[in-house]
Design a protein around this ligand. Structure first.
Ligand SMILES: Cc1cc2nc3c(=O)[nH]c(=O)nc-3n(C[C@H](O)[C@H](O)[C@H](O)COP(=O)(O)OP(=O)(O)OC[C@H]3O[C@@H](n4cnc5c(N)ncnc54)[C@H](O)[C@@H]3O)c2cc1C
Length: 399
């Protein structure tokens, strides 16, 4: 810890992945982080997320790699099937699941458990105002009393509240990729054993994969669409959008739609990226999806969140003041962010083919993949992006 270090009191908005990871490192470096989360409790449902490259080294430095490995999904192949559930082509686990895959909720829980004894968590509240003074920030809340902090960090996801309050309207920074995704927990009615089955119709991908050692499954619905006007908080409206978009689709879709109606952890959002010219304004910074969402099509969002938290905390501990620290954080992260965001661009057509011709082309590509000369390039592309940063060793950063 740096003696005389300033900016000790850091308010973090969001207890997803980036928020608790940042709190972990800030505490390790001698800061006093507080995390405010809008949800009344930790949101531990959700889909599978992958780790690649540098993020695994950060987990290792946190001492949490064994826990994450113990909770890994251990997913095998994903098979694309036709309307009668006949296998068309398989994709190996390395394509779908990265180097290590875990349910997002399990990861969030591991990070929370690793920090909850040292970090103040305030659930069920949200920031309403951030007023910067020369030497600090006065923060107002929906429910709690106003409080003073030295710095504020928005780790509150794609639709970041802190970003809207301090950087401006989301529409200025959000780049929609033309796809929507819905995921929820459903019964494992096909009896899948650590595998997934996906089915395509033009512009629609429906899938199901087993989770929690086959005790349940995750259903996913992807579709291509121009921007849809909907309320982010109105879950019933979102369920209706999914229902209408997928009504009439074949294979197991009617069963999965029925289960979706009852699902406790329904998730719906656009596949979007956040592109900012700066990750900070004054005493406020952003981390994770709030700063540089790469979209689920990249498979890199969690890696970015974990690495971003490590770098931001490390630079705050190392630099003399937040201005230098935020500048160094950005300089370290830019190239990594660009590489991860690039992965998603152009990826959509392979995952949600727009026509029957594209579906056939995608399947043929997977069939021929083992024999293609550029196979290694395709397989190694995500790994290359995941390693597009050299992690510094920050003082006091070893477990
Ligand atoms: C379908 C899907 C599949 C994905 N697959 C992968 C994958 O394979 N690999 C991968 O690396 N990534 C994947 N991702 C992306 C990954 O989930 C995110 O990039 C990652 O969770 C980012 O973490 P975060 O902490 O920045 O944001 P989030 O996990 O979104 O957490 C934000 C937190 O902020 C809270 N919050 C929101 N508003 C407020 C507020 N006003 N006040 C306080 N708190 C607030 C939220 O409740 C939430 O807890 C996927 C995402 C989706 C949607």
């Amino acid at each position: 810890m740096v003696l005389g270090m300033t900016n000790r009191r850091v308010l973090i908005s969001g207890a997803g992945v980036a928020g608790p990871a940042l709190a972990f490192w800030l505490h390790r470096h001698g800061f006093t982080p507080t995390v405010v989360e809008r949800a009344p409790e930790l949101r531990d449902g959700g889909y599978a997320v992958d780790f690649r490259g540098a993020s695994l080294r950060v987990l290792d430095r946190m001492g949490l790699l064994p826990q994450v490995e113990a909770a890994a999904t251990r997913m095998g192949e994903v098979t694309y099937v036709d309307g009668d559930d006949r296998p068309l082509v398989g994709t190996p686990a390395s394509v779908q699941s990265g180097e290590l895959e875990i349910l997002r909720g399990d990861l969030s829980r591991i990070l929370y458990d690793a920090t909850k004894d040292d970090v103040e968590y305030v659930f069920g509240d949200s920031i309403t105002g951030v007023l910067e003074r020369g030497d600090g920030v006065t923060v107002t809340f929906e429910h709690g009393e106003p409080r003073e902090f030295d710095l504020v960090v928005g780790a509150d996801g794609l639709h970041s509240n802190v970003r809207s309050l301090v950087f401006g309207d989301e529409s200025w920074y959000r780049r929609d990729l033309g796809y929507y995704v819905s995921i929820c927990t459903v019964p494992n009615h096909l009896g899948l054993d650590h595998v997934g089955r996906f089915y395509n119709e033009p512009n629609r991908t429906i899938g199901v994969y087993s989770a929690r050692d086959n005790a349940e499954a995750k259903a996913l619905f992807w579709f291509g669409s121009p921007p849809i006007d909907y309320d982010h908080r109105d879950v019933e409206q979102q369920r209706r959008i999914v229902e209408e978009t997928f009504s009439g689709a074949g294979w197991e879709t009617p069963t999965l739609l029925e289960a979706m109606r009852e699902a406790p952890d329904f998730y719906f959002d656009s596949a979007s990226q956040i592109v900012l010219d700066s990750y900070s304004r004054g005493r406020v910074a952003l981390v994770g999806d709030a700063a540089y969402c790469a979209a689920p099509l990249s498979g890199m969002g969690t890696s970015l969140a974990i690495v971003g938290a490590y770098v931001l905390a490390g630079e705050l501990a190392a630099a003399d003041g937040h201005v230098k620290a935020f500048g160094a954080y950005e300089a370290e992260m830019r190239g990594f962010v660009d590489a991860c965001q690039k992965l998603a661009q152009g990826n959509g057509k392979w995952f949600v083919p727009p026509t029957r011709g594209w579906i056939r082309l995608r399947n043929l590509n997977y069939k021929l993949l083992p024999y293609l000369p550029w196979r290694k390039v395709i397989e190694e592309m995500p790994l290359k992006a995941g390693n597009a940063i050299t992690l510094k060793e920050y003082a006091a950063a070893r477990a």
